[in-house]
Design a binder for this molecule. Sequence first.
Ligand code: 5RP
Length: 230
Amino acid sequence: MKTEGGSDAAKRRAGESAADLVVDGDVVGLGTGSTAAHAIRALGREVDAGLDVHGVPTSFDARRLAREAGVPLLALDEAMDAGGIDLAIDGADQVADGDLVKGGGAAHAREKVVDAAAARFVVVADPSKEADALSHPVPVELLPDALPTVEAALRAAGGEPALRTAERKDGPVVTDNGNLVVDCDFGRIDSPEALARTLSATPGVVEHGLFVALADEVHVGTADGVRVRE
Ligand code: 5RP
């Protein structure tokens, strides 16, 4: 899991603050990344102390961490059959006015499915993620064969796409779904909703990392506490 960026203590405060919202019997969407990981570990400790909770992981990494932490898991279809997801806890790469850029861990396709299905979606972040307007490059997951056409469409939409490459081996990052990711720099994004519509309408795009009007609240860990923005 990623640990770079922001203070780990602030991330831990945010993750633990969101985990405190979970009550007995809840089904919880488990986000991906270093901040959501703190929430998963906190839930594991609460399970040890007797809390009855089930998690729905958003990625291979989240699933593995939840298993290590002892959080019982449900597949998404099982969770929906059991009454749905009560709460999703997930990180973000940037937050502006409640809208998000996500996908730094290349997990945004499953994250969006789980986060959008939850009755309550709680974002956990440190102050380095806050901005007045979104400007972080937008991760776009795409079918491998569609790379040239998606890149052309992203340039036509005013973006500068860069194929995400793996840190520890030659070649591109491959998502849990077997797809590629490009990080597309659009500069300042004045209308996230319009851009989200454009990206969603591009053939070959599996999912993009703009999460528009999905978050219910944002827990920002600070040097000495947590700020909650609704
Ligand atoms: C993964 C994500 C992460 O939630 C996002 O990248 C934030 O990660 P971190 O908490 O490690 O800063 O969207 O796809």
